[in-house]
Design a protein around this ligand. Sequence first.
Ligand code: SF4
Length: 146
Amino acid sequence: MAARSEAPPVLNLRAHHLLCIQNYRGHGYSFSFDEKMREVIAALQSDSGETVRLIEGTDDLCAVCPHSRGSSCESVTPSLFDSRVFAHTGFVPGETFVWKLGKGTSAQPSAGFPEHTPEVPVMTKSLLKKCCCGCSWMDLCMEILS
Ligand code: SF4
């Protein structure tokens, strides 16, 4: 009997984390969150990148965050940031693609979304103002982008 090939691991991300990841400098919500964030960034920076699926609600990073309350965040603002990122990028919930962080933050479409070539936008001050108003990390992100 032929061995069944294992499906590649998929990283579940809520949309606004596409931006947080690009500016992350170790100011996480807890030791576990910081560890997970570093693990995720390392995977995204690897030669093959990582298969990412955009989801609504809490994701693989939220899973280790002290502010997570099951399938939602204790704060309502992250969902607002997600909807702004969806609106500004053209991504849709459920979209799955390979993302290699670093050179150009490129994304290649994967099965299921053949006609859409998503592109993860490079974090800029302009994008930050459009998507992240109300975030407690905004001043820090502005400083990082200066
Ligand atoms: S603050 Fe909320 S949205 Fe952000 S990582 Fe924690 S649970 Fe997720």
